[in-house]
Design a protein around this ligand. Structure first.
Ligand code: SDX
Length: 381
């Protein structure tokens, strides 16, 4: 009889799928999308090219990229009822909850009972990648009493998102930094939110429901929600001298409190995306002046390396992303939604792959509860 698989907490290291989308070698901090190193993609490709690569398995030709970008731009607008839905949500609510609600609502306009239809899948993938930025930008304006700004089809994906936030076209550097950040966050193999998307999609539930469930998973502070917490955490370090930063880190570690932006289930070296984000930060500083918080972050990285580097705890993608976003004028509580509008590309790549050779996820468990008890009627309990 086959050996019964043992229970592994958090399925750490347990393969949940066979995939050709993303390779991570955590021991050396290697990340590749469809075989291309993340550093090369960040330097040479736009987010649109990256999503095409993730969804189609190859980089687009110029003509293919033009057609794909046009298909995305054509799908950026939202039904007015989705805008109305956003206008009826509590403005004090978190943007990730607004995003979940709107994406779930989107599915009602496009009944998902065609998920086994390849054309429907492809169009839905384009629609979701195209519409998430519009939802995030619309929510940001609605919650402060402003009308949403309609998307423009003549701007790139990242550029248009920034335009919809404040109604101004971003300068070239800001648009480029946003585009690279979206590429860096687009995909990361079997992370919690991607696994969530695959599980929901494996029941043949529609892609809108799969993405809505993935957004809920990403929102957690141990996952995508960490980027929003890093800046707040860094600012709690009073008088951030080297000694005080060291002492702060030692105290948090001694109390077994997680330090946001550090550690990773797979990387036991520095997250390669953190390196690219640091370069983006310094590019922004050259034009706009240095953020003092960056120096605190770099010093904390140095201290953490001495304290827990031996345990494989290094900065992850979330540690420097917030410093970049804040320098670009993005509000802190939109940091995780920005992660979502990037990662939707990866979620859909995995959903499309899951549906090719689908089998519904249904893992087992190790039962450790009571068994075969005699039930006493309430009069006797
Ligand atoms: C993302 O999976 C992905 O790919 C995710 C992601 C993606 O692109 O999709 O890369 C994006 O989610 C990055 C991670 C963002 N989260 C954070 O920054 C939150 C802080 N990080 C930790 O919560 C933690 O590192 C996790 C959740 C990221 C990983 O947790 P694991 O693999 O379950 O590790 P663990 O909690 O079992 O910790 C192992 C040891 C423990 O110490 P001991 O009990 O063995 O003594 O390392 C310690 C932990 O206390 N540890 C930390 C720590 N991370 C691990 N201690 C302090 N601060 C931390 N951040």
């Amino acid at each position: 009889m086959a050996e019964k698989p043992e229970y592994i907490p958090g399925l750490a290291g347990v393969p949940a799928a066979r995939s050709s989308i993303c390779l991570i070698d955590g021991s050396v901090g290697k990340l590749q999308y469809r075989g291309y190193p993340i550093e090369a993609l960040a330097e040479h490709c736009t987010y649109e090219e990256t999503v095409f690569l993730l969804h189609h398995g190859k980089l687009p030709s110029a003509a293919e990229l033009e057609a794909f970008s046009a298909s995305l731009a054509a799908e950026r607008t939202l039904k007015f009822r989705i805008i109305d839905l956003l206008k009826n949500l509590p403005e004090s609510g978190h943007p990730m909850d607004a995003l979940t609600a709107a994406v779930a609502g989107l599915g009602m306009f496009y009944p998902g009972d065609h998920v086994e239809d390849l054309d429907f899948r492809g169009l839905t993938a384009v629609r979701l990648v195209a519409k998430l930025p519009t939802i995030v930008a619309a929510w940001h304006r609605i919650r402060r009493g402003d009308e949403p700004i309609a998307p423009r089809s003549d701007l790139g994906h990242a550029e248009n998102f920034l335009y919809m936030l404040e109604g101004e076209e971003p300068d070239a550097l800001t648009a480029k930094v946003m585009d690279v950040a979206l590429t860096l966050h687009a995909e990361h193999s079997m992370n919690a939110s991607t696994f969530t998307a695959r599980v929901t999609g494996s029941t043949l539930s529609d892609p809108y429901a799969a993405v809505a469930s993935a957004i809920g998973s990403l929102a957690g502070p141990l996952h995508g929600g960490a980027n929003e917490r890093v800046l707040t955490m860094l600012r709690t370090i009073e008088d951030p001298t080297t000694e005080n930063i060291r002492r702060w880190a030692e105290n948090r570690l001694a109390r077994k409190e997680k330090i946001m932006g550090f550690g990773h289930r797979v990387y036991k070296a520095k997250d390669p995306r953190a390196n690219v984000l640091q370069k983006l930060a310094t590019q922004l500083f050259e034009e706009r002046g240095r953020s003092p918080i960056y120096d605190v972050a770099v010093e904390l990285e140095t201290q953490m390396d001495q304290l827990v580097g031996h345990k494989g705890i290094y900065p992850n993608v979330d540690f420097y992303s917030g410093i970049v976003y804040e320098k670009m004028g993005i509000p802190v509580d939109l940091f995780t939604p920005v992660f979502a509008i990037a990662r939707v590309g990866g979620w859909l790549a995995h959903l499309l792959e899951q549906l090719e050779g689908n089998r519904i996820f249904r893992p087992s468990q190790e039962y450790i509860g009571e068994r075969d008890l005699e039930l006493k009627p309430i009069s006797e309990r």
